[in-house]
Design a protein around this ligand. Sequence first.
Ligand SMILES: *[C@@H]1O[C@H](CO)[C@@H](O)[C@H](O)[C@H]1NC(C)=O
Ligand SMILES: *[C@@H]1O[C@H](CO)[C@@H](O)[C@H](O)[C@H]1NC(C)=O
Ligand SMILES: *[C@@H]1O[C@H](CO)[C@@H](O)[C@H](O)[C@H]1NC(C)=O
Ligand SMILES: *[C@@H]1O[C@H](CO)[C@@H](O)[C@H](O)[C@H]1NC(C)=O
Ligand SMILES: *[C@@H]1O[C@H](CO)[C@@H](O)[C@H](O)[C@H]1NC(C)=O
Ligand SMILES: *[C@@H]1O[C@H](CO)[C@@H](O)[C@H](O)[C@H]1NC(C)=O
Ligand SMILES: *[C@@H]1O[C@H](CO)[C@@H](O)[C@H](O)[C@H]1NC(C)=O
Ligand SMILES: *[C@@H]1O[C@H](CO)[C@@H](O)[C@H](O)[C@H]1NC(C)=O
Ligand SMILES: *[C@@H]1O[C@H](CO)[C@@H](O)[C@H](O)[C@H]1NC(C)=O
Length: 545
Amino acid sequence: MDGKGRNHVTSASHLVALILFAFWGAVKARALLNEDYTCSSCGKPNIVMVMCDSLDGRLTFHPKNETVDLPFVNLMRKHGSLFLNAYTNSPICCPSRAAMWSGLFTHITESWNNFKGLDPNHTTWMDLMEKHGYYAQKYGKLDYTSGHHSLSNRVEAWTRSVDFLLQQEGRPVAELVGNKSYVRVMQKDWKATDDAAAWLRNKATNLTQPFVLYLGLNLPHPYPSPSSGENYGASTFRTSPYWLQRVRYEAIKIPKWLPFSEMHSVDYYSSYTKNCTEKFTEKEIRDIRAHYYAMCAETDAMLGEIISALNDTGLLRRTLVVFTADHGELAMEHRQFYKMSMYEASSHVPLLIMGPNIKLQFVPNVVSLVDIYPTMLDVAGIPIPKNLSGYSLMPLVLKQAEDKVPTRKQHPTWILSEFHGCNVNSSTYMLRTDKWKYIAYSDGRSVSPQLFDLSADPDELTNIATKFPEITQYLNKKLYSIVDYPKVSASVEQYNKQEFINWKQSLGQNYSDTLANLRWHQNWKKDPKKYEDAIDRWIKEKTNL
Ligand SMILES: *[C@@H]1O[C@H](CO)[C@@H](O)[C@H](O)[C@H]1NC(C)=O
Ligand SMILES: *[C@@H]1O[C@H](CO)[C@@H](O)[C@H](O)[C@H]1NC(C)=O
Ligand SMILES: *[C@@H]1O[C@H](CO)[C@@H](O)[C@H](O)[C@H]1NC(C)=O
Ligand SMILES: *[C@@H]1O[C@H](CO)[C@@H](O)[C@H](O)[C@H]1NC(C)=O
Ligand SMILES: *[C@@H]1O[C@H](CO)[C@@H](O)[C@H](O)[C@H]1NC(C)=O
Ligand SMILES: *[C@@H]1O[C@H](CO)[C@@H](O)[C@H](O)[C@H]1NC(C)=O
Ligand SMILES: *[C@@H]1O[C@H](CO)[C@@H](O)[C@H](O)[C@H]1NC(C)=O
Ligand SMILES: *[C@@H]1O[C@H](CO)[C@@H](O)[C@H](O)[C@H]1NC(C)=O
Ligand SMILES: *[C@@H]1O[C@H](CO)[C@@H](O)[C@H](O)[C@H]1NC(C)=O
């Protein structure tokens, strides 16, 4: 229970009015602002970036707030630029963040799974900003360097092309805790939010240099499920009645599922390993989705704390606020929860930018998280290196194009997302351009590709790859020109096998026992020899996809 949090949340509309006033002030004071911009010491805006985990980006514009009220996302939408087509470059925590912090595609940094991200010494955009005079401060979840996440997580990724099928995750469930005054459900995130807000109030106001603040949140990622045994994953959608009352049950859409016989083989593998192939009642699905939306509302309130701190301190008019997420959450769409998929719910991220000289608009262009790196450098006036995978978004969001920045390049009309980790038994590559989403797998031949027309089929239920072979071929060629994906898939497979062999050797006699007790233990123990034999056969196979 927390009265302070509640007050801030319920006073959102009040704050909208106040901030409107503040922005009016900023417009009237434009002459002054322009003068500011010519002053070398105070010319650069501050930057505050809030990055949450697992927020389906479509919720920032669709279906508006019919299902859930997100007052601070709405506030940013009313005062800044909202990207309608922003994507993750790899729909899983660590590889996605690795792309965001490095400005480089996943296959370039070889951030293959949650265990393998960036080297800890990699130079991030924040490091560069610090070098160029910004005061840099981080709070909360970072998760972009190698060496983290559970053992199960990495072994599942390494063994994804072994010829077996095992349930790895707990069955997704909805859980209600506390009562109508229980606000701070995700306490760790609230602590990080409090720390960041306190830093803004106490420290940022007194800085003589511009600052960049990063707040990483874990919400609305589902919570761990200890009930599924010793090695559990996170499949519990937990919230309190306080947040659930923000959700309108009547408006919740029950996603349509394809019959098993029509599912793509890789989707079936995902659904099975995520323990979603058994029966779910409509009530179970509705509850999971309702809880997920409520978790998004709690996330929104954390964003609100930061915006309130900026407004209270008068920093807002000199600060660029960015809100995004590492990836989305399927919340039972396509018979799955979690991410790891190229479907919209998983790959589409929120991206909102508001602040001085930022247009009030919806931006239709396709963009992705690698664009954050050059955007931040652009804001800070740091030359943008040539070899980045992303492009500055500033030309898309600035009210008045300021001086031409020679190192800026125009964003292409496509984005690339790729996935090489667990719960998907083939490397996956997604090219999004205008209304098309093209998804290629593995070597491009052994697994059939998918093509969706998002304008006609927003739920992505009809694969039209064979119906439109010219478009499929054209997009495949385009994809191939961006990344030699069969080669990447082969090197991931080689990496997986080598890492697994090294791990096996390190365990010596403990190997069989350790293997049997990973997250898949319930299934494994029914026939341990069969599964170990499948691994042995896989180790012996030559690595040619
Ligand atoms: C969302 O709902 C609230 C009230 O429930 C309303 O005040 C607000 O204007 C709505 N916002 C949008 C963007 O529809
Ligand atoms: C980072 O550390 C690795 C060794 O862990 C080293 O090989 C690499 O050169 C370092 N990179 C930079 C940019 O310092
Ligand atoms: C998978 O779901 C089934 C019920 O559908 C459940 O009995 C089982 O415990 C779940 N497996 C795991 C690993 O949680
Ligand atoms: C809600 O729960 C808290 C903590 O358990 C308790 O102190 C409070 O009285 C409860 N409020 C209501 C309205 O039941
Ligand atoms: C910030 O600066 C003001 C005056 O410049 C001073 O009164 C105040 O104590 C400072 N606050 C902190 C936290 O240093
Ligand atoms: C992935 O798993 C599914 C389900 O077991 C299977 O049908 C398919 O052949 C597998 N694909 C690859 C590339 O291993
Ligand atoms: C927001 O900023 C405006 C302008 O500085 C100020 O008048 C107002 O009190 C602030 N609102 C809050 C809640 O601090
Ligand atoms: C990109 O270029 C910079 C300097 O031009 C260099 O330091 C860096 O290593 C390059 N990165 C990659 C991934 O090629
Ligand atoms: C095997 O397990 C035992 C008991 O847990 C432990 O003492 C030993 O160090 C392990 N050996 C290896 C090679 O990990």
